[in-house]
Write a protein that binds this ligand. Structure first.
Ligand SMILES: C[S@@+](CC[C@H](N)C(=O)[O-])C[C@H]1O[C@@H](n2cnc3c(N)ncnc32)[C@H](O)[C@@H]1O
Length: 243
């Protein structure tokens, strides 16, 4: 048995005990804690793994070391919340893989004051990571129940910089445009022109783009025009059109 397997088995045992504590907490009528020692330890291991996988931006690693990902997944999956995999959330959607969240966030090169638009709030996890790094975060989710749930959880966790709107991300958020950064976490066939139009001069848009085969696209708006490059292949849920 490898050292990592032994470590994970020990964490699993601890989780069983902690699970009981959390049940008592809920039965008391109080909210579950934002984090437990066990979940914090798992989160630090996730961050160490991200570093090993090549994530270099210390501010991104720091953000992901404080956002309690286990609170953004269904309760039955909290034990695997810090594994490097996408996980199912309600309404047939997913919370993205930590490595992909880290990679896309790193590409945004956030310095702390930016106004960021996210398309595809989902669980709200990526929005929380962005809130740790940017000025204001505007996030659009097409499924009303997911938008409401994410709004509630983000408020409970104190993420007052995140503004969640239920709507069709293809339309963007014109009342709050232009944005310094735009991040799509659902995949369109091509980057919607409406979103490019809402990108500030000097701004950057990062998106998974494609159908069956998708890759991360990075668009930069410069005075001389829009530049485009791609990074890694990915697999996101499609960005659907509003009805
Ligand atoms: C991979 S999940 C996003 C994960 C999310 N960022 C998180 O941190 O949990 C993609 C989300 O995009 C949403 N979505 C798909 N098409 C959309 C659209 N046109 N406008 C807004 N949200 C959309 C889906 O409902 C889903 O919740």
């Amino acid at each position: 048995m490898s050292a990592r397997a032994i470590w994970q088995a020990l964490l699993g045992l601890l989780l069983l005990t902690q699970g009981e504590c959390m049940k008592r907490n809920v039965a008391d009528g109080s909210s579950p804690p934002a984090s437990t020692d066990l979940q914090a330890a798992r989160r630090q291991q996730m961050v160490a793994d991200l570093r090993q996988q090549g994530i270099r931006d210390e501010s991104v690693l720091r953000a992901m070391s404080v956002v309690p990902r286990h609170r953004f997944v269904p309760e039955r999956l909290q034990g695997v919340a810090y594994e490097d995999s996408a996980l199912p959330i309600e309404h047939g959607q997913t919370i993205s893989q930590p490595f992909v969240v880290a990679h896309m966030t790193e590409l945004l090169q956030l310095k702390g004051r930016e106004r960021v638009l996210e398309i595809g709030t989902g669980s709200g996890y990526q929005a929380a990571v962005l809130a740790e790094l940017a000025g204001e975060v505007y996030s659009i989710e097409i499924v009303p129940e997911l938008a409401a749930q994410a709004r509630r959880l983000l408020a409970e966790l104190g993420y007052t910089k995140v503004h969640v709107r239920q709507g069709d991300g293809y339309l963007g958020w014109p009342e709050q445009a232009p944005f310094d950064r735009i991040l799509l976490t659902a995949a369109p066939e091509e980057v919607p022109q409406t979103l490019i139009d809402q990108l500030a001069m000097g701004g950057r848009l990062v998106a998974p783009v494609g159908g069956w085969a998708q890759e991360i696209v990075v668009l930069d708006r410069k005075p001389e025009g829009i530049t485009r490059r791609t990074t890694i292949p990915v697999r996101f849920v499609p960005m659907v059109h509003g009805r």
